[in-house]
Each structure stands twice: as C-alpha cells, then as structure tokens.
Design a binder for this molecule. Sequence first.
Ligand SMILES: *[C@@H]1O[C@H](CO)[C@@H](O)[C@H](O)[C@H]1NC(C)=O
Ligand SMILES: *[C@@H]1O[C@H](CO)[C@@H](O)[C@H](O)[C@H]1NC(C)=O
Ligand SMILES: *[C@@H]1O[C@H](CO)[C@@H](O)[C@H](O)[C@H]1NC(C)=O
Ligand SMILES: *[C@@H]1O[C@H](CO)[C@@H](O)[C@H](O)[C@H]1NC(C)=O
Ligand SMILES: *[C@@H]1O[C@H](CO)[C@@H](O)[C@H](O)[C@H]1NC(C)=O
Ligand SMILES: *[C@@H]1O[C@H](CO)[C@@H](O)[C@H](O)[C@H]1NC(C)=O
Length: 840
Amino acid sequence: MASHKTLNLLFFFFFFFFFFSPLCNSTDTLTPTQTITDGLPLISTGENFAFGFFSPIGSKNYYVGIWYYKVQEPTYVWVANRENPLGNSSGAVLTIINGNLVLIDGRDRSPLWSTNVSTVANYSTATLKDSGNLVLKDGNERVLWESFDQPTDSFLPGMKLGLDRRTGLNRFLTSWKAPSDPGKGEFTYRLDLRGKPQFFVMNGSDPIYRTGPWNGERLSGAMNVNTRFSFVFVDNEDEIYLTYVPYDSSILSRLVLDESGLLRRQVRIDNTGRWNWATLVPKDECDNYARCGPYGVCDPTGLPESECTCLPGFEPSSDRDWHVGDWSRGCVRRKPLDCGNGDGFLSLARVKLPDTSRSRVEPGLSLKACADECLKNCSCIAYASANISGEGNGCVMWGEYLIDLKVYSDGGQDFYTRVHASELDETSYKQSRGFLLTKKIVISVSTIVAVVAFISCGYYCWRRERGRKMNTRHRTMCNEKDFEEGNKGSALSWFHSDVIVASTNNFSEANMLGKGGFGSVYKGKLLNGEEIAVKRLSKNSGQGGEEFKTEVTLIAKLQHKNLVRLLGCCIEGEEKMLIYEYMENRSLDCFIFGTTLPINLIHFCCCSNQRRSAMLDWSKRFSIIMGIARGVRYLHEDSRLKIIHRDLKASNILLDDEMNPKISDFGLARVSDGNQTQEITNRVVGTYGYMSPEYAMKGLFSIKSDVFSFGIILLEIISGKKNNYYSDCYSMTLIEHTWNIWKEDKVMELIDSSIIDSCCQIEVARCIQVGLLCVQESAKDRPNMSSVVFMLGNETQIPSPKQPAFCLYRGESCHHLHSFINEAKYSSKNELTITEVEAR
Ligand SMILES: *[C@@H]1O[C@H](CO)[C@@H](O)[C@H](O)[C@H]1NC(C)=O
Ligand SMILES: *[C@@H]1O[C@H](CO)[C@@H](O)[C@H](O)[C@H]1NC(C)=O
Ligand SMILES: *[C@@H]1O[C@H](CO)[C@@H](O)[C@H](O)[C@H]1NC(C)=O
Ligand SMILES: *[C@@H]1O[C@H](CO)[C@@H](O)[C@H](O)[C@H]1NC(C)=O
Ligand SMILES: *[C@@H]1O[C@H](CO)[C@@H](O)[C@H](O)[C@H]1NC(C)=O
Ligand SMILES: *[C@@H]1O[C@H](CO)[C@@H](O)[C@H](O)[C@H]1NC(C)=O
C-alpha cells in the first residue's frame, strides 16, 4: 500500500511540474492542464467578475475568491478557503485534480481547500460565469459543483437562498468575521422552514432580525417592491428558495450580510462609478426581533416612548416596566377568550406578520373562509392572508404566541386577532392605543402646572397632617399604594426630612457629589440599602419654588430609560429636596474631559483616576450619543408635554453602572405649548458654551436650542474637549475647530486620542456631520431630534451643514456677548452657569 501511495505522489509531482502551465491570457475557464496563480485570475467573458487570489485590506493572509473585476475598490462576493487562509501566496496554485478544483499551498504542497465532489471525473473544467457563479463541469457538461451553492456573505442576482429538498442542500449567508477576515462570522441569514417559511438574520442560534415570510409579493418584513429588482420566491416539491434578478442587467448589485449582522444592499450604477448602499434590515428599532415582547406591536413612526403598543384586546403585562420602555415582557389578554360565545376578530392594518414559525398554512382558503375556520377552532387566536396577491390564496393561522409584529406607515397587510366578545366594541381598542389619539392633543401649559402643583401641594399637606397624626417619623417612605391613590400613574414618593438627613450623614462633606448654582447634591443611603442622590436646593438659589414645582411635576411624568428617574421629593419649611436614583458613574464630563477639568471640579468628580476617558471606547461613546439623542427626542416629542430642557451639557448627563446615559436636571426646563415654535424669555438661564446664539443673544428658545446644545455635547464626546468660551474672542472654539477640519476633510483629527484605536471612521465622520448640522447658526436649519436619531442610526444621505454658530463668539457679536457675559451672574466660577440675566 505504502509504495502505491508514494507512486501516486511521485506521479502528482511529475504531473504538476511538467504538464501544468499557468493561465497565459485572460480566460474564463480553467482546464486540468492549467493553474491559477496569484495575479492571474480567471475573468468572466463580460468582465463582470474575476476568480483568483486576493488579500483583503488589512490582512496578511491570502484567500481564493471571486470579486467584481471592473470595480476599483476591491469587493469580494465569494471566498473559497475562508477558514483556511494562505500565509503566503507565492507558489500556491489552484488547479483541477481528479475532477475537483483544489487549492494547493505553495510551502508544503498540501491541499488547503477543495470542491470535494465525490464523483471522480476523468476530465472537468471550471468556468467563471458573468453572473459571478463558478461552475465545475465534467466532460459531459454535467454540473458537478457551483459556487452559488456555497454562498459566503453575498447574495448575487440569480443565486438561490433556501433549500433543495432533493439533495438537502441548504444555502444561507454567513457574515465575515471582520472586514479584513473572511472567516465565518457569527451572523447568518437563512430560511426557517417551520410553519410558514420565513427568513431570519441569526446571531449564532438567536434570531435578531426577521425579514419574514413571503406574502405573495415580497418578504413581509423587508424588500419593498422595487423598481430595480424582481424578487421571486419558489416553493415546490423539489425546492424552496428566494432569488432575484435586476431588470437592468448592467446594474451590479448584491445583498450582503455584513460583519455586524446588517443585511444590506449594494448597488452600482455604472455611470456614477460608485457603490450605493442601503440597509434592508434593520430599518429601525422595530426590526429588532421581539422588541415589544409577546403580543406587542411595534410602530417605528410612533413616539419614541410608545413605539410599543399591545395587540387589540391585550394590555401590558407589567404597567410599570411598560411605561419605562421595558417592553420585553409584552402583553397579556385583557379578557380570556370565551370559545364559541361571540368571540370575534379585531384587525390591524399594514402589519409585518408576526413570527410564523408556529403558524399553520391552509392553502386555497379565502380570507372569509379563514375567519370561519379560525373561529371554529378554539386554539386559533389569529389569522391573515397567506398571499396578498389575491383572494382565495390561502391563509395563515396562529395557535399561540404572537411575537415580533410591526406596523408600517405604508405597505404591510391586514392581520386579525381573536378577542372576547366584549372587546369587539371598537372604542375599547382605540383606548388601548390611546397614545395615537393623544398625539394631537395640546394641553395648555399653565393649566397643567397649576393643576399638578395644586394636587401635589394638597397631597403633601394631607400626607403631612396624616403623618403627624400617625406619628410615623421612622417610616422611610410613604406607602406606595397610598400614594398611587393620590396621584395615579406616577411612582413618586415623599420622603421625610429626617430620613434624608440620616441617609446623607447630615449632609456631610464626604457625601457631597457636586455643587452648582441650584445648591448641592449628596449621596445617600436609605435604611433598606438603596442608594440615592439628594439634590438639596439652596434657599436663595435660582431655583425657586416655581422651578422646584416644575421639576417635580415634570419629572414625575417623564419616564424614559435615558432620563434620570426621580424617586421622590421632600419639602420641609424652606428646605426643598429632590431624591433621584443614584448613578454609579456620575456624570459624562468626568469621563470625556478626563483631567482637563479645572482642579476644583475634579474633587466632585470621579476622575481622580486619570485614565477614565480611555474607558470609553468608541462604541461606548456612540451608544452614549444615541442614548442622549433618544432622551432629548423623548423630551421634545412626548405626546403630552413638549419639553425644552434648556440646560443640556455634559455635566447634566449622568451615567449608570452600565454607562447608559441619563439626562438630569430639569430645573430649568420649560413646557412648550405645541403651537408656538419659538418662545421668548426675559430670564436667560443655561450654561455658556452650550447655549445657542439666538438664546444667548435674544432670549429666544425653542427645541432647536436644545438641538444646538446636543450638537455641542456630541462634538465634545468625540473630541474629548470642552467647547470653551474664550474671553479674548480670538482663540478658536471647538465648533470653529471642527468646522475648519471638516471643511478640509480631515475629521479624523478631531477624535480623542484615547479612542483612536477603537473607532470606526465612517461612523465617526457621520456623527461629526450630524453634530455640525445641530450647531448651525440658524435655528431653522438645525434638524429636529427625530432626524438626528435617524441620521445617527442609519446610513442615509446626510445634508451638508452650513456654517455653524461660532461667529457668535467672534467679530461684531463678540463685544456684545462679552458685555452680556460680564453682566451675567455666575453661580459657579467654573461652570459659568448664568442663572439670571435681565433681557435687554
Ligand atoms: C513568501 O514566500 C516567498 C518565497 O518563499 C518569500 O520570498 C516571501 O518573503 C514570502 N512572503 C511573506 C510575506 O512571507
Ligand atoms: C470532503 O467530503 C467528505 C465527505 O463527503 C468530508 O468528510 C471531508 O471532510 C470533506 N473534505 C473537505 C476538505 O471539505
Ligand atoms: C472520460 O470518460 C468518459 C466515459 O467515462 C469517456 O467517454 C471520455 O472519452 C473520457 N474522456 C477522457 C478525456 O478521457
Ligand atoms: C451576538 O451574540 C453574542 C453572544 O451571544 C453577543 O455578545 C452579541 O452582542 C450579539 N450581537 C448582536 C448584534 O446581537
Ligand atoms: C399568490 O397569488 C398569486 C395570484 O393568484 C399567484 O400567482 C401566486 O402564485 C401566489 N403565490 C403563492 C406563493 O402562493
Ligand atoms: C386548531 O388549531 C391548532 C393551532 O393552529 C392546530 O394545531 C389544530 O390542528 C387545529 N385543529 C383543527 C381541528 O383544525
């Protein structure tokens, strides 16, 4: 046997060195007497694609694969040896041995990769087609193997994604590990055959996005009917797959599952000479699988705090979680079904059907027949048309667990949920989706403030009286239940001042967290171990009774994961205190500015550790930026109150133990009545460096002044530098600096040196551009917060910013501003918080 093997090997080398010759001129076919070496690829006849050796940018390894031949920037659509890279391409060859295409390592002559077809053919050839398909055929033109059957991360026109039922071959996409590493990443995009078959993007074995089942026209959760491509879904005895073709074959395109799990479409229209990218999923937050929990419905156009609603007939399973934006536990049925006794259906229009893996398809049923069928079966809880192209094309029925529903503003299909007879009254459904109706209702500001203040005071007095009678001096908090009777819907508690004094060690210096114009903030610990932050308002602070009430009433109503939570308050004679949840990581400025803060502020900060800023890598910073943006969006676009914060700054952004940002300090906030877009105040309050020009100069404020402040915070987070105010009027501000380097197209110079390693250039550049849009001179040019959130989170076209407002600090305005600043009363030397300025 051994000698036989040696003989084989000898034969191989002989064969290899004497008969094989590299390809000489470009050809699309490899025959057994030829080899492909680095630099001499196969090229398809129309020169669309090339097949050969490549090394991705940033990698030392070599791979064999297919790329667009005519496209300048290397774009690889298929990789053969993704798990077995070559360390060195010199000497390595691709050739056909025993009918198989084999990659041979140049160093030890070992096979690194092979098409591995078991049929031994005496003669076969490999041809690269113009579609990007590499096809291995035997002498009788029988296809032995094709690259389209082994997709990597790209779905090319003409490829099939799905199952060949005859051979069991399942084709799916697997992401690259990293842009420089084609190895198998953790994400896959595949067809799930359970119930009505649907496509998922999976992270390992967890579904993360669902493009959904084919509804007769398209995938229910993605790929809108598109004028450029025609998608086809085939489901028969032999095969079940998705494929597509472009209407215009000169358009190069592919769908890619990228390294971060996004499913994207890349299109190149020849004459523009560059790729256009579009993300197919996720399009918005609602595409995150099961975002709203079981029986929840996600509406991406809904207001941010109410993206999720319950299906008709259902209510949140935990009101409290639901209202703070934790929707994971979903909804429960309001009234149990009463099978056969008048149950009926409520419909929801324009939906992406819920997960169909537990559904059942009845072919050939009309929608009407489907409703009857469902009603007859006590365990059927919902139905929808299986094919929206025509009546009588079958229906889908669900027996349990409706999850991952989304409503579109346009498109989608009708979905019918079974409910108890008493729910069939249309109004009950509308109430459950109440926010949709309240969107337009504008409540007069003064009325709210007056009413709430009245109720709060009345309640407080009542509590106090009662407390005295019951002699409950040791009680730490009011019984929450009692409280809810008095102020339904809010979880605010009233604390006794003794409790606060004890918890903060009699407001000891050691417990002090910070100090500002309003008073001081102390850390406290309640008897039950809960840590709190107590904001003790100085008696003669800028925040008088009026502002105190504003803050209490406002915050009590606001609940969002990016806003700091007010636990309660305490009024004792002159003493006014607010009790917040304690934030482990204090405030953002400590992290981003590191040691550049003035010495006397460091005392209050976490930053005795000088390397704090390095803890915030780019992805963390980006998620903080997104969090702040969402928090501000919530303030501005809340359905009941439209709130302008007026003092957004890095030190007002607190960070919890997971570094989630929480906006704090609403003492200066104003409730805007929805009609007026801009208001005027005779008391300019805010912090210099974050104030928009129109506000600082003229006292005009609007949500756009907050957008301005947000832009500053964003640029500060990226640069790690403060937007300083320079009294000499000649030094550059951060905005000016950013604007200059943006004009010169050198934005990467802005980045904090401690994040350069971790940062992603494209994302940073996008952020900077959004930041510049926010700080534009004219308020009406600045985007609103919804657009900001959208631009940050999606790769859309972002408009070019106009010149920002740095001129405010220069030139003729400068002197004006200078005198203005001089007249301002600084409440704290370093923070330059202007607490009160008379209008001029
Ligand atoms: C690859 O191998 C060739 C020949 O063995 C050698 O000259 C070259 O330096 C190697 N390249 C790398 C990057 O190792
Ligand atoms: C080739 O296929 C056989 C079975 O068909 C499998 O055991 C083997 O691991 C495969 N080899 C490679 C290099 O893929
Ligand atoms: C390959 O084998 C087939 C039959 O198995 C034969 O007809 C054909 O001539 C052979 N081709 C070569 C090149 O040997
Ligand atoms: C994918 O799963 C891993 C491990 O379960 C997790 O750490 C990672 O955050 C997930 N990524 C996404 C995008 O869901
Ligand atoms: C959907 O209905 C249309 C129109 O009747 C029909 O042509 C098509 O084959 C149906 N598709 C499926 C997947 O049933
Ligand atoms: C009733 O519906 C359930 C869930 O869809 C299904 O499993 C069951 O087969 C149905 N029963 C009948 C009699 O159709």
